[in-house]
Structure formats: C-alpha cells, structure tokens
Write a protein that binds this ligand. Sequence first.
Ligand SMILES: Cc1ncc(COP(=O)(O)O)c(C=O)c1O
Length: 386
Amino acid sequence: MQLDHLTPAQLRDSHGYSSKWHFYPEDVLPMWVADMDFPICPAISQAIAERLQERVGYPQMRGDEQLLHRIIEQQSKHGLTHLAPENLLLTTSVVPAIYASVLALSSPGDEVITQVPVYHPFLNVLAEHHRIAKHNPLRRTPDGWEIDFEQLERLITPRTRLLMLCNPQNPTGRVFRRDELEKLADFALRHRLWVMSDELWAELIYEGTHIPIASLGSEIAQRTVTLTGPCKTYNTAGLGGGVAISHNKQILAAMAAVSKGLGGHPNVLSMTAWRAALEHGQDWLQEVRAYLKGNRDFITSFMRQHLPQVGYLPPEGTYLAWLDFSATPFGKKAHQVMLEQAKVGLNDGKIFGPQFEGWLRLNFATSRNLLQEALERITRVTQAID
Ligand SMILES: Cc1ncc(COP(=O)(O)O)c(C=O)c1O
C-alpha cells in the first residue's frame, strides 16, 4: 500500500469531493479536518463493490446482525463485556449520537461538564440546545495533559447532569489511564451523573491501553453510553456509520426517542464497510498505525529541533498534534498567519474551547514528505519573525 510519497496532485480528486483537499486554495497544504490521506483498505472497497452487485434496499431496522456481533467482539477486546445486540444502537455517524445523548440525558438549563480543549461538536451541541457548558480545562504538566480533579469537584451544582468524555482525547491525543478513569467514574457515581464517552479513536493508540470507562464496573456501566464508529480507524468518514453502546437499555431507548424521524436508518454501504474492516482490515490497520506512529515521532523530534518555542506534547493516540503558538509573536493570529504566510491549513484552536486562541491542531495522517513540507513551511514563517 502506498503511504509514503503521496502528492497533492494525487490527493486532490478530480470531482472535488474531498473537503480536506478542496476547501483551501491549491497552494495551501491542508493538514486540518480529521481524514487520512491514505488509500482505503482494499477489503472495504471489495466488500462495497460486492454489495453493490446485490441489494441496497432498506436494511433490517436493527442493522446487520453480523456487524453487531463483530462490534461486540471488538469491544470485548477492550474489556467492555457482557454486551448483546440489544445493547447496541446503530447511528448514521458518531456526531448524531453525541447530539442524541445530550438531548436524552439532560434538559435545557442543565449543566454538562467536559474537559477542554475538546472536539468542537461537544461544545456546539450544548450551546445550540441551551445546556450550560461547564469547562474542566486539562492541566498541562511536564508529564503531559492531566485532568484537574479538584476543579472538577468545584464545578458540581444541583443542576449538573452529564459528563462528556472524549477518550482517546481529540485534540490533545491523551489516552486516559485506568486510575484517571476510575476517579472519573467515582466522580460521576457520587454525583449521580450520566456519562457520554466518545471512544471513536480507540484503535489509534501508540502508548497506553484503551480502557472504556463503562468497563470499570456494573454501576458505571449503567450510567454510561459509549460511542464509536469506523471512520477514524478505517478512513471512511464520508460513508458514515456509528454506534451507541450501553448496558442500560433505557439510555438507548431515550436516544432513539429523541432522534425519532431524524436519525434515518443504518446505511447499507457503511455497515458493509465496517463489517469488512473488522473482519479483514486488521493488517491494513497495523500498517497504517505503525506509519502514523512514525509520523508522530517525526513531529516530536522536528518540534524539539526546529520549533522549541511552540508548545507541544506528543500525543499517545489519534493522528492529531496540538500546537501552542500563543507564546510566539503570532499569538492569537497563528491560524491566519499559517494559512496566509506559511500556506498550511490547520484547525484553529478556538473551536476546541474559547481559551485556545493561538493554538492549532495539525492532522498528521499523511505521507511523511507532505508532513515534513508542512512543518518546514511553518518553521520558515516562525523563524522569520522570531
Ligand atoms: C471524538 C470524535 N467524535 C466524533 C467524530 C466524528 O464522527 P462522525 O464523522 O462519525 O460523525 C470525530 C471526528 O473527528 C471525533 O474526533
């Protein structure tokens, strides 16, 4: 499979389909939205081609039973066990499940806690649906990003209903340890909170182990809905597909009720793709994960050598690097400067929390040559002004 030496000309498809590659002008290297630049797993393309020879009519409403069993098997490898197909609710993708869980597990005016910076739909859903967001900023320590448990306790009021967790964490790349998750579970249980745990990045980990928070005991399992899907792991974002998993079937029933008529039905091609990926995509995934780890390590040594003034902690998982330009002369204009002068398209940190202006998120799921080119462009502009 070709992972190395991809070129912008190859990646800019002739139909203009790719948001990543067609959003910015052609002289900009796009390192933003979380798509991989790598070719799709051949087992997925083949399964989709075969499926198209057959029926693509309405699927069974519960979804493909074989897929449900594969997802259950996959979760059990992470320690989330005792699941039956009734504990799974297929969704059109993960973001609709984030929205449904907030609507199902809280009411307007309720307070919802989440660690920031965080994947922006976590914050958007709260603002759009009149929940009150209580931010628990991750603390930057010499050892990495840590949850501020003291501040967490101070956020609690009688209106707090829900904890939204992102693990592995977008954008910091933290993979939370067992002791951290146990403390979070204890916190949620003591304050009778519901927990929405978005674990979409669970298969893209370089250090540590993914532990579903719902696997820590039956009490926390009863208060948690775990969300996942195929798109980050297998690079199938445009196909969609997601699942809400809970030992508490009432949570899933409440999510189904709030999405009724809006959630659509499981998409046959996304189910086909996801099942093929779980059944036959493991070698592809291993190769891609090893390449991504190489990219992560490349960034780490590049930053130390050429951009020490930019804050960076190596991510333990995801293919996202979270870069702090706030101490550079660009300050809050970092996103604009990188776009206009360096010609590198990154995600502006402020979407992950209002206090993160001057931070940028870089997607490193690309060929090493393109990653290097982007980092060199960033360095040239940064050094010119220092
Ligand atoms: C944590 C997290 N959840 C959900 C999504 C999006 O999921 P989907 O495309 O399946 O809606 C992303 C995409 O980057 C993500 O990082």
